[in-house]
Write a protein that binds this ligand. Structure first.
Ligand SMILES: *[C@@H]1O[C@H](CO)[C@@H](O)[C@H](O)[C@H]1NC(C)=O
Length: 392
């Protein structure tokens, strides 16, 4: 009598085990051919894991264990059969050495048309220094370089505790995405590395960037046309070029930027703090409903700046004015030190002056002296303690 019962128990346990496996598909790249030695090409294992996870109707986890995994260009394409694909990365993904290796593909790791992808942990090491050196040499480089991680036309994305090192171009880019939550992100690249923006958002809505540290050679966060409902909170920036709405007005037909909140952010040794910039060119673009609040500036060259006469290399803009209308931008509780005398600068469009600019409790000093503010074509209100005095 005993034997059939124990057989039954064992069968039942196997049944349970299979059930739990069936609830979440698990794909470990080591079991799919990856090698954690930093040299063996592990690209195919990630592609196989993705194909299985994306093709499954069940929630799936893709596991990258500890170690260094050499990965070439990867395109993670959807739509998938489920809306819960979770990357758990304990190790480091390493790009091939030599900046030519990623070619002109635009991205190193690129997600497209996905819904419900999360990434937890991990280090992405793009080894960008070769391309930076090539650019610095000024003799032309065979490849423009790639963005480290991009999401295009994707929804419901969550990324936590991810570190991006030394991107060739931008670190993280979101284009055409809805509902993206980035938390505890670390971006690290040299302060003089070219075009290594930390996080770039464009044509996207509902992106939040929380509790993150961004040290890089270009914008900490750059906010492109068509960005709405963006929330940035508790972020440390520096070195780098600050948080920048723009460049806008690159094109005539351009979507606006609306409802951007930047709160509890610290800028340290950055070129800019809170910046809005547009080319001095005709455009249908606009910026409205922006709030910068509880911001600390430490040795920032342009702590508060609106520059609508952006015209790098003086091509296709001299003598023109910006078509971008800027309305309702609030700067509240901004304090710290400016590295230049002009701490607040509003250089707005002659044709479409800035309106509804609000300064409230702004205290910025320049080498323990009084800083200055400068206004052109800017109107608004000033409230509370203001240093430098408002020029609105
Ligand atoms: C502005 O964006 C935030 C998210 O960043 C959102 O919660 C809020 O509802 C938006 N406000 C409007 C008026 O759409």
């Amino acid at each position: 009598m005993e034997k059939p019962i124990s057989l039954f128990v064992v069968t039942f346990l196997f049944f349970l085990l299979n059930q739990s496996r069936a609830i979440v598909g698990k794909y470990n790249v080591l079991e799919l051919g990856a090698k954690a030695d930093g040299n063996t090409d592990s690209t195919q294992s990630l592609l196989s894991a993705w194909a299985a996870a994306c093709g499954s109707s069940k929630p799936s986890t893709i596991l990258v264990p500890k170690g260094r995994f050499l990965v070439k260009r990867v395109q993670f394409s959807g739509p998938c059969k489920n809306k819960a694909i979770n990357f758990r990365i304990r190790g480091t993904l390493v790009a091939p050495s030599g900046h030519e290796a990623l070619g002109n593909a635009g991205y190193w790791l690129h997600f497209q048309n996905v819904d419900g992808v999360t990434i937890h942990g991990g280090i992405l090491d793009a080894r960008g220094a070769g391309l930076w050196a090539c650019k610095a040499a000024g003799n032309g480089c065979s490849s423009g370089g790639a963005t480290t991680l991009g999401f295009t036309n994707s929804n419901n994305i969550a990324i936590t505790r991810l570190t991006s090192l030394n991107s060739q171009m931008y670190h993280l880019v979101f284009i055409g995405c809805n509902q993206v939550k980035l938390q505890k992100i670390k971006v690290l690249a040299a302060g003089n590395s070219p075009n290594t923006d930390g996080i770039h958002v464009q044509f996207s809505s509902g992106v939040s960037i929380l509790s993150s540290r961004i040290s890089t050679g270009d914008d900490c966060v750059s906010i492109g046309p068509g960005t709405t409902n963006l929330w940035i909170e508790n972020v440390l920036c520096g070195p780098g070029h600050g948080i920048s709405i723009g460049s806008l007005a690159k094109d005539f037909e351009e979507e606006g930027v609306q409802n951007v909140t930047v709160k509890r952010v610290k800028f340290r040794n950055t070129q800019n703090g809170a910046r809005i910039k547009s080319w001095g060119r005709p455009s249908k673009g606009f910026v409205k409903d922006v709030l910068f609040q509880h911001v600390t500036m430490i040795n920032v060259q342009n702590p508060i700046v609106i520059d609508q006469n952006y015209c790098p290399r003086h091509i296709n803009c001299p003598g023109q004015v910006s078509g971008v209308k800027i309305n309702d931008v609030t700067y509240r509780d901004i304090h710290g030190t400016s590295a230049t005398e002009v701490a607040v600068k509003f250089d707005c469009s002659e044709k479409y002056p800035c309106s509804g600019i609000r300064l409230e409790d702004v205290k910025l000093t320049y080498q323990n002296q009084k800083a200055k503010s400068s206004c052109a074509n800017a109107a608004g209100t000033a409230l509370g303690l203001l240093e430098p005095a408002s020029c609105l």
